[in-house]
Write a protein that binds this ligand. Structure first.
Ligand code: NAP
Length: 287
């Protein structure tokens, strides 16, 4: 049974997970690895974790499960830092938004591939940091577990059970499939929101544009408030799938542009109707 959990990183996702677990009947011990002792002490005071450490190598020594919840480009350093002291019995999982890099880095750093079980909660927000933690964040939200070929069934089951305990609905996908699907449904929409808001912000009438921004703009641009480091890391770690999706989208946008230019109302209506039908049909799909 999982008794000792170590989360490496205690931002929005790490702290939401620990606070959610604390609200269940989980009777084990949760330690957070943080960069800053003041953050760790605050997390203990807030009841988000039992203890904290600023030293990943010593923190993992007694872990049953280690969960990495740091930005994508910080994962490798943490894996290397824990490799020498990680017990042979510990399961290592993560919450990263792109799965291939974590899988490769974990395989290179750690000696028990059967104990590596990558995962990705499809839940979050444009907020970041421990203070944005929300113990209900994962309730009825999907968590995608992307096992390695070598991941043992019983360790996959342990990771799934932890997510189910905090209310998530767990599904499995192959790693490359996950990274392609998420490029379409999450990574490219964020790139588009950043691009649109940045382009508008560069215009001379910027204040007017934002003053008269209607609901549609607010809805579409909300995710441009997301953490720039996190999204830069995601773009840098999933470039092939993101570029493929962006190219498809650019082609489609060009067709819409032509229809607007030529006043082709049929094409515009058909396009918007298809989009509306798809959106309404799949409106329960989480992005
Ligand atoms: P966050 O709120 O910004 O928290 C990041 C955490 O990592 C903080 O504890 C931060 O410590 C720590 N950290 C940052 N840079 C680090 C470094 N170089 N070395 C060690 N620790 C570092 O981010 P988050 O939203 O929880 O995201 C964490 C992971 O979850 C990312 O891999 C992201 O792709 C994934 N994810 C995010 C979402 C989302 O919507 N936010 C959803 C699903 C998955 P400090 O407090 O000291 O800065």
């Amino acid at each position: 049974m999982t008794q000792r959990i170590v989360t490496v990183g205690l931002g929005l996702i790490g702290a939401s997970f620990t606070s959610a677990l604390k609200k269940t009947d989980f009777s084990g011990h949760i330690t957070a690895v943080v960069r800053n002792a003041a953050t760790g002490q605050e997390a203990v005071d807030l009841g988000l974790v039992d203890t904290y450490s600023t030293d990943v190598a010593s923190a993992v020594q007694t872990a049953d499960v280690v969960m990495l919840a740091v930005p994508m480009l910080a994962m490798e350093q943490q894996l290397n830092a824990m490799a020498a002291t990680l017990p042979d019995t510990a399961i290592v999982t993560d919450v990263g938004s792109v799965k291939q890099p974590f899988a490769e880095q974990a395989l290179a750093a750690l000696s028990h591939p059967e104990r590596i079980v990558p995962a990705h909660p499809i839940a979050g927000s444009e907020k970041s940091g421990m203070r944005a933690a929300n113990s209900a964040l994962f309730e009825n939200r999907r968590v995608i577990v992307t096992p390695l070929e070598q991941s043992a069934d019983r360790h996959i089951a342990t990771v799934k059970a932890l997510w189910e305990k905090v209310g998530a609905v767990v599904e499995e996908l192959a790693i490359d499939h996950h990274d392609r699907v998420l490029a379409h449904t999450s990574h490219v929409p964020h790139v588009l929101a950043f691009a649109l808001v940045d382009a508008l912000a560069k215009q001379q009438e910027v204040e007017e544009i934002f003053r008269y921004a209607a609901g549609g703009f607010r809805d579409f641009s909300r995710i441009a408030s997301s953490d720039p480091v996190m999204w830069s890391d995601i773009c840098r770690t999933n470039p092939t799938a993101i570029l493929e999706s962006l190219d498809q989208f650019s082609h489609h946008l060009q067709q819409i542009r032509s229809a607007i230019e030529t006043g082709d109302g049929d094409t515009l209506e058909r396009t918007f109707e298809r989009a509306r039908t798809a959106r309404n049909t799949y409106s329960d799909v989480q992005s």
